[in-house]
Design a protein around this ligand. Sequence first.
Ligand code: PMP
Length: 317
Amino acid sequence: MSLSASATLESPQRAPAQQQAPAPRADTPTAPNTIWYDGELIESGRPQASVHTHALHYGSGVFEGIRAYATKRGAAVFRLPEHLERMRKGAELLGMTFDVAEATGAVLATLRANRQGDAYIRPLAWYGDGSFGLDVAGHPQHLMVATSSTNVHLGGNRTRVSVSSWRRNPASALPPLKLCGAYVNSILAKREVKARGFDEAMFADDDGFVVECTGANLFIVRNGRVTAVEHRDALPGITRDTLIRLIGAESRPVSMEELRDADEVFACGTAAEVTSIHEIDGREYDPDSPVAREIAAVYARTVRGESAWSSGWLTEV
Ligand code: PMP
């Protein structure tokens, strides 16, 4: 398998075996791209992973989705330590050694090599070649960092969402971290609702509470009050945390009824940034979404180094 930097959380894809490579999609980087792979900067097309790669069979890996932005002071990575700390937790759970300082250096080196300002950054740590058993012992660990100039959005500013019939991985079975295998759950939900003509899926739980989207957290706005959806099975998103701090939003469980009664609903995540939701299963929300728009603008200023909060959250490349 050739590891490619083009697959994104929102659009997982691979070239089918024995077929001609598909024409590059609009979001596929075509420029020569350097990746960091086990300590070396190499061309992204070069690394080959064995078909015995443990992570390929069992999802025994952990990844991050991070963004760098072009700021007046040059390119800077938004909340890099927080992303790598979350990755470290996932790696630790899988029994991997994960050196945050090494990963930080790898991210910065890759961005410098690709001379990128705005970039999506994908670090991945995984178990490699070995026997077929589930035991990870004896499998080598790998770390890579790929970057892309792709802007990954949920579906533009008229995102149509549907509630999946699948439940989110319960935290009691799979902790809400960015473990590779856990994302099969997101893939199933996304496939289901896309087949019904929607852009994105959201999860609800058995008790009628909102969980999150497949790769983003949810907020509601009602009578001008902004609420971050809280759920134990949802990833504690770094963008969610950023917005709570920036605008002083409350965080609490939100029922599906409340979601339907909201004036505005928006999703947030590193890739999605702040994306207002136009429709959830036929319930349409204010297409102007004035509060979400204002919050998106505050977030944009912050990630680009133009707010009082920015300096503490940006790592210059
Ligand atoms: N939930 C899930 C399932 C995600 O994959 C992501 C993207 N990392 C998020 C929420 C948003 O998290 P963050 O703001 O840290 O990117």
